[in-house]
Design a protein around this ligand. Structure first.
Ligand code: KIV
Length: 272
């Protein structure tokens, strides 16, 4: 069997490294509940991210900041119950790791213990180095996240492309190297120039997964509700919609309402 068609019965952090080493791309999507997680797992996705984007797409908040640790644990444990094969990564939400490394470790331990997840994701570079180091020292795999880090939206002021200027690009590259050096197993790069993302993924030995970072990285991640076309309020150019579920769902619900009003549902065979 060639490296290319090797079948993995369980995806681990080492599998992702193996995929990068064999020049194979990594697929990753978000999920926040049991039902969708089960479908993604069955479809063969390698990584499921229980993203704090749940704050937007599930909670209806404008930003990712309001979601709490308890809410993330609820989403993560629901996802875990649907998964047999995929690697599950859970975002440490805003406010649960920045204060100090002890708080960060306690938050990561709660996620691992109470949800059964396999790893956590932390936004930031040198500013959160100590927190990430302490989590990794405790044996918890950490995925880094640089570029447009949505928890810092009020610092950035806008959701536009990051690291277009040399100084920010240099800092991003240094942070990426540092995250690898302290032991992160993987890195997400969000909304940065494709050229910079290509450079970083060729320099780093660990896998680099992009969202709005071009196709020269080691894998791609999208928010599930965006790529399925359930949520169409958010339209950055990096989203590809694989379905137009919003329209299909609205049509199905309209048909149901009509059938109820016209006493066409339930029919003879749908009752006892
Ligand atoms: O929370 C999330 O969905 C994310 C992805 C956009 C990478 O962090």
């Amino acid at each position: 069997m060639t490296a290319k068609n090797k079948i993995y019965s369980r995806i681990t952090t080492s599998t992702l490294q193996e995929l990068k080493n064999n020049n194979q791309k990594i697929s990753m999507l978000t999920a926040y509940d049991y039902t969708f997680a089960k479908l993604l797992d069955q479809a063969g996705i390698e990584v499921i991210l229980v993203g704090d984007s749940a704050s937007n797409v599930i909670g209806g908040h404008e930003t990712t900041l309001p979601i709490t640790l308890n809410q993330m644990i609820y989403h993560a444990s629901s996802v875990i119950r649907g998964v047999k094969r995929s690697l599950v990564v859970v975002d440490l939400p805003f406010g649960t790791y920045q204060a100090n490394s002890r708080v960060a470790l306690e938050s990561a331990i709660r996620i691992m213990k109470e949800s059964g997840a396999h790893s956590v994701k932390v936004e930031g570079g040198s500013n959160v180095r100590e927190s990430i180091e302490r989590i990794i020292q405790a044996g918890i795999p950490v995925m880094g996240h640089l570029g447009l880090t949505p928890q810092s939206i009020y610092k950035f002021g806008t959701y536009s492309v990051r690291a277009k200027e040399k100084s920010e690009a240099d800092k991003l590259l240094n942070d990426a190297k540092m995250l690898q050096d302290i032991g992160c197993f993987c890195l997400i790069l969000e909304k940065i120039p494709a050229k910079l993302a290509k450079k970083i993924s060729s320099i780093l030995k660990i896998p680099v997964i992009g969202i709005g970072a071009g196709n020269s990285v080691d894998g791609q991640v999208l928010v599930l509700h965006d790529m399925l076309g359930i949520n169409q309020d958010f339209n950055p150019r990096f989203i590809r919609r694989y379905l137009n579920l919003k329209e299909e769902i609205i049509l199905a619900v309209k048909n149901y309402i009509k059938d109820v009003k016209d006493i066409k549902f339930p029919n003879q065979s749908e009752q006892y």
